[in-house]
Design a protein around this ligand. Structure first.
Ligand code: SF4
Ligand code: FES
Length: 204
C-alpha cells in the first residue's frame, strides 16, 4: 500500500492509501468526535458528527471523516466555524431524541448546542445503527433491526432471535450513544410484546 501525505490541523500526517481521514487523524492523536463509528464495523456515515473541512484541488467541502478516504495533499481542518456549526445543529437534533444522554450532553457543551432547540422526538434512537450493525457484522445474529418509518423509525429486537441470543450477549447495549438502559428496555418490551413485522438489519 502506498503512503499518502496530507495535512490535518496544520500537521503533516503520513497515512496509508485506503485509510479514512478519521483513521489518519487517530493515528497521530488528533481527536474527531464520532457517534456511528466503531472500529470493528464497516464505515456507515450516518451521524455526520465527524464532519470536517477538507480542501482539495482548490475546493473546500464539508465531509464525513469516518468515510472520506485520504488523498495526497488533502488539507483537513477538524475544527472551524462551519464544522462547529454543523456539529452544533446535529447535536441539537440528536438531543431532541435523547436529551439525557451523557455522551450527547458532553458534546453539546463542547459545541454550545441547545438541548431545547427542537421539539422532543417520538423515539430516543438517533439511528446511528451501531447496535444493528454490531449484531449483524460482529455477532452474526441479526437479532436487532430497524422498524417503523420516518420520524418514528427506531430499533426493534426480533423476538424469536432475541429470546435465544440477547440475554447472554447484550454487547450492543453499551455501544448506544443515547443510553444502554433504553436499549435494555426495548429488548424487554420486544420480548414481552413482539411486533409482527420487524425489518431485518440487512434491509437498512
Ligand atoms: S438504539 Fe442506540 S445504538 Fe441502536 S441505532 Fe439507536 S441510537 Fe444507535
Ligand atoms: S461518525 Fe462519521 S458519520 Fe457518524
Amino acid at each position: 500500500m502506498s503512503k499518502i501525505f496530507l495535512q490535518i490541523d496544520g500537521r503533516e500526517v503520513e497515512a496509508q492509501e485506503g485509510m479514512t481521514i478519521l483513521e489518519a487523524a487517530k493515528s497521530v492523536g488528533i481527536f474527531i468526535p464520532t457517534l456511528c463509528y466503531h472500529e470493528k464495523l464497516e464505515p456507515y456515515g450516518a451521524c455526520r458528527i465527524c464532519t470536517v473541512e477538507a480542501q482539495t484541488g482548490g475546493k473546500t467541502r464539508l465531509v464525513a471523516a469516518c468515510v472520506y478516504p485520504v488523498e495526497k495533499n488533502l488539507v483537513v481542518k477538524t475544527r472551524s466555524e462551519k464544522v462547529d456549526k454543523t456539529r452544533k445543529i446535529l447535536l441539537e437534533q440528536f438531543l431532541a431524541h435523547a436529551p439525557d444522554s451523557p455522551i450527547l450532553q458532553d458534546l453539546a457543551h463542547e459545541y454550545g448546542a441547545n438541548k431545547g432547540r427542537f421539539e422532543k422526538g417520538p423515539s430516543f434512537c438517533i439511528l446511528c445503527g451501531l447496535c444493528v450493525r454490531y449484531c449483524t457484522e460482529v455477532k452474526k445474529k441479526n437479532a436487532v433491526g430497524f422498524g417503523d418509518r420516518g420520524i418514528k423509525r427506531e430499533i426493534n429486537f426480533i423476538p424469536e432471535i432475541a429470546a435465544k441470543e440477547c440475554w447472554n450477549c447484550k454487547e450492543c447495549f453499551p455501544l448506544c450513544p443515547t443510553s444502554a438502559l433504553q436499549a435494555a428496555y426495548l429488548l424487554t418490551e420486544g420480548l414481552a410484546f413482539p411486533k409482527p413485522s420487524s425489518e431485518p438489519a440487512s434491509e437498512r
